[in-house]
Each structure stands twice: as structure tokens, then as C-alpha cells.
Design a protein around this ligand. Structure first.
Ligand SMILES: Nc1ncnc2c1ncn2[C@@H]1O[C@H](COP(=O)(O)OP(=O)(O)OP(=O)(O)O)[C@@H](O)[C@H]1O
Length: 562
């Protein structure tokens, strides 16, 4: 081949590469627009399904004035003030209570700390008979029973920890109406596994003494929710067996899909729905870049706590793994912060001890995995720090929402680094929409422009509200410099495709090394257009591989780009 021929072909190839790059750029832009449109369409679809459901259930769309007046108004007000010690209702509480007392089934979506408990506890006290409350966690139940007992309300629980004596008392109260019992808490397992309990409940109902049924943390019914509990699936039996007993289902968060799902599963299609805003105006949301050096991350967290909370105000630090959680707690202690770890691998007594020490302010910080979750009722948690990102927007909303339940200003700080994405993606890979949910929160973390609060509104399909400078984006919106990293991204994708085509495996760090070598090799950044791996084939293995490649690409592109 002559020199001039080589040069000519080189020019042609370069021109073609430029052409391909242009096309890729256009395609990526189009893909971005399509993603946005897809999410808009999904929201519209959910809204359509919702209005269809409402049209089918004519009664739930009937506008009724749940504000009153009702015949029980003064008795309810008296109980609220003199038994519960609450001077006025919060948003929706009165309406929910009235709907329940009118005998209707009710679905309540109310943010953490909004005051859901009063919505079923007050009607339970006001109505004759016994109210059944299904709640997912022993600790949650214990807290509630303790609180009610302190108010002088006869509340009991029937769980594995109930003494024989109390069990006898409860069964007598259910069967014969003897003794004073107003509110009975059980876990969902009791409903699905104890025939004896169900038969006593049947007798109670038969005698007209079952006043209402409350399903707490109702999102656990839906496998689309963030805390699915298989035993919640069987709770539909309650409405089937006791159709005329009003049921109230309560949760802090439920997307439209979860709401539809749980209404179906609990057989309360004609329920009245009360949806309060997801907005927690007292929470300040911020995302910080996480160093790849773990010591630096702990240094920063310790500094944040010591500087912002010198009076040992309470906080939570969420970690990804049990090991990490023990290590971070130890390192915080070494930096002078009183911290204890909490995870599912610990002995129940040790776990309970840490929880109690933290609840009574003897421990400032609890460093936990996701298992430190539902049932945390501490109202004065001033900060929730995520040492690693959560697996979805919903989970993050729930976990960060444990801050500031007393309504006072509190902070939610999330440490994000792209390198944390693959370890989360391997955990959520087999969950319904697991990767999709993970990528939503990755977008939340990587966003340099969108108000954090508005991201929650969009996620829960709620109209936007003012943030009032209560997130890092709105408070410190500095100049965002745009850098075009598409060439890096293309190179990375081509590397991943090569790896996939040759059936190799690679960690994130190996990938970064490969990327650096490749960049050195070629001296400039071009896409290897000729070595395209075939991603076709509808078999599961192929799909799984493709999704792995996508998930790696998402983390590593950002890593190299940053
Ligand atoms: N109307 C009210 N006025 C003042 N305080 C209230 C009112 N209603 C409830 N509270 C208080 O607010 C706090 C939170 O209430 P509650 O525990 O019922 O919240 P929740 O909605 O169940 O939250 P979570 O989902 O986090 O469990 C409690 O201390 C409760 O006594």
C-alpha cells in the first residue's frame, strides 16, 4: 500500500469516526429526551389508572364533607384534649377520624411524624368494642402499647412475648367481652398463622364487639413498595371475614402503584383516600461528594456532627453493610463521638440495648444498616447521614424522614460516589424495578440543578411546592460548569462491550485501570467503532449481562468523568 493511500484511508476513517460520534451524540440526546418523556408518560398513566379506579368506585369519588358537623364531634374533641392531650387536629386528622367513625374504609398516606396514630386510636377509644391493629414490628407495637397505657387507655399486644396470663386475659376479652380491652395490637403473622386467634376474633365480631381494623405501615402489602412483608399479603382475609367492620390502612409513603396494589390486596376498593403531602418543610436535604478514602469520609462525618451538634443532639448514620456499620461506629468513637452500631446480625438483646441507649440520649449516634428502620419513634433526631446511597428514592425518603419528626429543623446528608452504585445494583438486581429505582436515586445524587425537594414531588407524582432554600441546590446554587465527558463515556461503553463480548468479568477499579491504559494507548479518545459486541438475544442470561453492563457503565462513566 502506498503512503498516500494509507493517508487517504486514514482521513476517511477519521471522517467516519467523527460522523459516528456525531450520530452517537444525537442518539444520546434523543435517549435523554425519551427517558424524560417516558417518566412523564408513566406518571400520566398512573394518574389515568387512578381516575379510572375512582370512576369505577362511584362512592369513593363522591365528594363528602368529612369536616363535619357530626354527632360525635364534641365527644371526639373531649377525648383528643383530655385523654390524648392534643389541643388541635393537624391536617386531615379530623376528616380521617370522621370517615372512620362513619363506618367507611379509609386509606391514609401521611408523612412520617404527621400524626397517623391518633387517626385510629381516637376512633378506637370512642367506639364501643375492641379495635384490632396490625403492625409489622414488635418494637413498634411495644412503643405504642406503652404510650397508650400511660394515657390510661386499655391497650394490649398479642405477640410471641405476651405472657400466658395476658394471653388468657386477651382471649377472654375477645370471646366473652370480659375485662377492659380497647386496642389490641398483633403482628401480621398472627392473622395468617394462628387459627386460634382468628377463631376468637370471629367470636368477638359475631358478638358485635370488633369496632375497627387498622393496618399500620400498609405499604408492606405491596411488593412494589420498599418494605414488602409476605405476611401482609394475607391481610385481605380480614375484610372478607369482617366486611362491615371499618378498616383503616396507614402509611407514610406509597406511590400510585403501591396505593392501587394495597387497596386491591386489602379489599378496600371503595375506601376514602386521604393523601397528605410528602413535603417535610423542616428537613434540609444535601448531597456531598464522597471521597474514595474511607478515613476521609469518617473524618468529614465526625467534623459535621461535632461542629453542627455540639450538644450531643441525636442522629443516625446509615451504612451499606454490617461490617461497614461496625467500622464507622468504631471510627466515630475514636473521634470522640458516642456512637453505637445496629444491624440484623446482632444478638436481639444487644440490638435492643443500643436502641434503648440511643432513645434515652445516652448514645448520640446510632450507626445502622437498613434494618434500623420502621418503628423508630424518636421525635428529636436532628440529623440523618447516609454514608452510602439508598437503593431507591422511596427508601431514601423514608430513612432520611426519621429526622425531625417533632417538626424542628433537621438535616439529611447523603454521601455519594459512583463507586457505590455497583454494590447496590448487585443487591437490587432481582427486585421488581430494582435497577430502575436505583438509577432514580443516582440521578437525584448526581443532579447539580434540580431542587432535591422537587425530586421527591416528582417521584411521588405530587404538585411542586416551594423549597424555601431548604436543600443544597436551592441554598447554595453556585455556577454549574458543564464539561463534555461524552468521549470518555463512549470509550468506557466500548470497553464494557469488549469485556462482555469476551465473557470476562471486571471490578470497577479494574475497569478504571483498563480505561487509563486504553487512553494512554490511543493517545486520544476515540470510540472503537469496529469492535461492537452483539447485545442481541432475548435469553435471560443475555438480558442479565446487558443490565450488568448498563449498571457498571452508569457507575464508571461518572467515576471517570468526575
Ligand atoms: N394534632 C396534633 N398536634 C400535636 N401533636 C400531634 C398531633 N397529632 C399527633 N401528634 C404528635 O406527633 C407525633 C408523631 O405522631 P405519630 O407517632 O402518630 O406519627 P406517625 O404519622 O405515625 O409517624 P411515623 O410514620 O413516623 O410513625 C407524636 O408525638 C404525636 O403525639
Amino acid at each position: 500500500m502506498e503512503n498516500y493511500e494509507v493517508l487517504e484511508e486514514l482521513h476517511n476513517v477519521e471522517a467516519e469516526i467523527e460522523d459516528v460520534q456525531e450520530q452517537i451524540r444525537a442518539l444520546i440526546e434523543r435517549q435523554e429526551r425519551l427517558y424524560e418523556r417516558k417518566s412523564e408518560l408513566n406518571s400520566i398513566l398512573e394518574a389515568c389508572k387512578e381516575s379510572e379506579n375512582e370512576a369505577n368506585n362511584a362512592s369513593s369519588s363522591t365528594v363528602e364533607n368529612w369536616d363535619g358537623p357530626f354527632e360525635w364531634d364534641s365527644e371526639a374533641a373531649d377525648l383528643r384534649l383530655n385523654i390524648f392531650g392534643i389541643s388541635s387536629y393537624r391536617a386531615n386528622q379530623k376528616e380521617i377520624i370522621n370517615a372512620i367513625l362513619s363506618g367507611r374504609d379509609v386509606l391514609v398516606i401521611m408523612a412520617a411524624g404527621g400524626g397517623k396514630s391518633l387517626c385510629y386510636q381516637l376512633p378506637a377509644v370512642l367506639r364501643n368494642g375492641i379495635a384490632l391493629v396490625v403492625s409489622p414490628l414488635l418494637s413498634l407495637i411495644q412503643d405504642q402499647v406503652m404510650g397508650l397505657t400511660a394515657l390510661g387507655i386499655p391497650a394490649y399486644m398479642l405477640t410471641s412475648t405476651t405472657s400466658k396470663e395476658n394471653e388468657k386475659f386477651i382471649y377472654k376479652a375477645l370471646e366473652k367481652g370480659e375485662g377492659e380491652l380497647k386496642i389490641l395490637y398483633v403482628t401480621p403473622e398472627k392473622i395468617s398463622k394462628s387459627k386460634r386467634f382468628m377463631s376468637k376474633l370471629e367470636k368477638c365480631h359475631h358478638a358485635g364487639r370488633l369496632s375497627l381494623i387498622s393496618i399500620d405501615e400498609a405499604h408492606c402489602c405491596s411488593q412494589w413498595g420498599h418494605d414488602f412483608r409476605p405476611d401482609y399479603k394475607n391481610l385481605g382475609i380480614l375484610k372478607t371475614q369482617f366486611p362491615n367492620v371499618p378498616m383503616i390502612a396507614l402509611t407514610a409513603t406509597a406511590t400510585q402503584r403501591v396505593q392501587n396494589d394495597l387497596v386491591e390486596m386489602l379489599h378496600i376498593r371503595r375506601c376514602i383516600k386521604f393523601v397528605s403531602t410528602v413535603n417535610r418543610p423542616n428537613l434540609f436535604y444535601m448531597v456531598k461528594e464522597k471521597s474514595s478514602v474511607s478515613k476521609v469520609v469518617v473524618d468529614e462525618i465526625a467534623e459535621f456532627i461535632q461542629e453542627s451538634y455540639p450538644n450531643r443532639e441525636s442522629g443516625i448514620v446509615y451504612c451499606f453493610s454490617r461490617k461497614e456499620c461496625e467500622l464507622v461506629a468504631k471510627e466515630l468513637r475514636e473521634r470522640g463521638i458516642s456512637a453505637g452500631h445496629y444491624h440484623a446480625d446482632m444478638d436481639v438483646n444487644d440490638r435492643e440495648k443500643v436502641h434503648m441507649r440511643w432513645s434515652s440520649n445516652r448514645l448520640q449516634v446510632i450507626v445502622g444498616t437498613v434494618s434500623f428502620g420502621m418503628g423508630i419513634n424518636k421525635p428529636d433526631v436532628r440529623f440523618v447521614i447516609h454514608h452510602s446511597l439508598s437503593k431507591s428514592m422511596e427508601t431514601y425518603y423514608q430513612e432520611s424522614g426519621r429526622a425531625g419528626r417533632d417538626g424542628l429543623p433537621s438535616e439529611c446528608l447523603l454521601y455519594f460516589r459512583p463507586g457505590d452504585v455497583p454494590r447496590q445494583s448487585s443487591m437490587v438486581f432481582y427486585e421488581n424495578s430494582g435497577l430502575q429505582n436505583l438509577y432514580d436515586i443516582v440521578r437525584f445524587c448526581q443532579s447539580k440543578r434540580q431542587c432535591r425537594r422537587s425530586a421527591f414531588f416528582r417521584h411521588f407524582a405530587e404538585p411542586l411546592q416551594e423549597c424555601n432554600g431548604m436543600c443544597d441546590i436551592c441554598a447554595f446554587s453556585s455556577e454549574v460548569k458543564e464539561v463534555d465527558v461524552s468521549r470518555h463515556a463512549k470509550l468506557m461503553v466500548s470497553l464494557l462491550q469488549d469485556i462482555q463480548a469476551s465473557d470476562q468479568r471486571s471490578t470497577m477499579l479494574q475497569l478504571v485501570e483498563k480505561m487509563k491504559t486504553k487512553q494512554k494507548e490511543i493517545g486520544c479518545l476515540v470510540v472503537n467503532g469496529t469492535k461492537r459486541a452483539t447485545c442481541g438475544g432475548a435469553d435471560l442470561k443475555g438480558q442479565i449481562k446487558r443490565r450488568r453492563v448498563q449498571s457498571l457503565a452508569l457507575g464508571s462513566v461518572a467515576m471517570v468523568g468526575s
